[in-house]
Design a protein around this ligand. Structure first.
Ligand code: NDP
Length: 303
């Protein structure tokens, strides 16, 4: 069994991002000298003080700085009006000094997430959640910003030497941010997997997951995937981040995935841990999308 080290692979991706950001800042990114002195700039929009959102955004800002990129935090109170939030997004869309915009989910209930995400200019939509970027993903258009977590899954597989072509992939979960785009990316030409997507209404989930050469668990239920649901030799990617009580820890809790790691790992050819698997890749792919957005903004093609 090989443990896929998401931290190490994320560092590889970030080292490449850092080089691309440095080339842009030095004006050598285009190769034709017309991209002088642009520092990639991401704007993170946070509404309210949800502790998980506070920590995710802080982490993204920290990593952006490590990559030589600029980031700005735009903070709104929990009760911000729809109109005020959308007006700010319009202003950020129009600002040529802003290359990437990310609105941290979840938003308070009075705001319509789909409407808010769709207000972001597709060229600055580094999370890949706008209808246009989702549509481009479906059409397999080059240059679509793919959502960061599923893009990170594909990158983890590729850099671990896992071949997806012709393999049976089972994705458990059909959310817009993980399950559905993960299925699309693995189905796309180039990845060429045969993909099945499961959800809470799937009958006999174990019978389906046991067919998987590559199993992607994006459910949000601690240890739902047990050893009897996994084929011998399977590759298992655990997207889940679940907080469970653990009195032995000072914090009183710890993070576990959607996979019963201790029982499943011995059956696998490759498996990701939680934490330290998919999580770091999500941030790394966000940085890659941001540097690509900046490159495109200054006319570096093929970014
Ligand atoms: P959602 O709650 O949006 O989606 C969960 C999916 O799992 C749904 O499609 C749901 O089915 C399905 N599901 C729920 N229960 C079952 C079940 N018993 N059997 C089969 N399918 C089930 O979650 P997300 O996709 O946003 O996130 C999934 C997990 O990944 C969470 O733990 C989240 O914290 C984590 N995550 C991790 C990230 C990272 O960077 N590592 C980034 C994003 C998320 P249905 O559609 O029928 O309700």
């Amino acid at each position: 069994m090989t443990l896929i080290d998401g931290n190490a692979i994320a560092q590889e991706v970030l080292a490449e991002v850092k080089q691309r950001a440095a080339a842009l800042a030095a004006g050598t990114g285009a190769g034709d000298g017309d991209a002088a002195g642009v520092v990639p700039h991401a704007v993170f929009v946070r509404v309210g003080d949800d502790p998980a959102s506070v920590s995710y955004v802080a982490k993204k800002q920290r990593v952006a700085a490590e990559c030589g990129m600029r980031s700005t935090l735009v903070l709104f109170p929990e009760n911000v009006s729809r109109d005020e939030l959308l007006a700010r997004l319009d202003a950020l869309n129009a600002d040529p000094a802003v290359h990437g915009i990310l609105v941290q989910a979840p938003l308070p209930r009075h705001l319509d997430e789909t409407e808010v995400f769709n207000r972001i200019s597709p060229a600055k939509d580094v999370d890949g959640f706008t209808s246009l970027n989702v549509g481009r993903l479906v059409q397999e258009q080059p240059g679509a910003f793919a959502p960061c977590t599923p893009a990170g899954i594909v990158e983890l597989l590729r850099r671990s030497g896992v071949v997806t072509a012709g393999k049976r992939v089972v994705v458990v979960g059909r959310s817009l941010i993980v399950g559905k785009p993960a299925a699309l990316l693995l189905l796309a030409r180039g990845a060429d997997a045969t993909v099945t997507v499961c959800h809470s209404r799937t009958a006999d989930l174990g019978a389906v997951t046991r067919e998987a050469d590559i199993l992607v668990a994006a459910i949000g239920k601690p240890r739902l995937i047990t050893a009897d649901m996994v084929k011998e030799g399977a590759v298992v990617i655990d997207v889940g981040i679940n907080r469970v009580p653990d009195p032995s820890r000072k914090s009183g809790h710890r993070l576990v995935g959607d996979v019963d790691f201790d029982a499943v790992a011995p059956k696998c050819s490759f498996i990701t841990p939680v934490p330290g698997g998919v999580g770091p890749m999500t941030v790394a792919m966000l940085m890659r999308n941001t540097v690509a957005a900046a490159e495109r903004a200054v006319g570096v093609f093929g970014a």
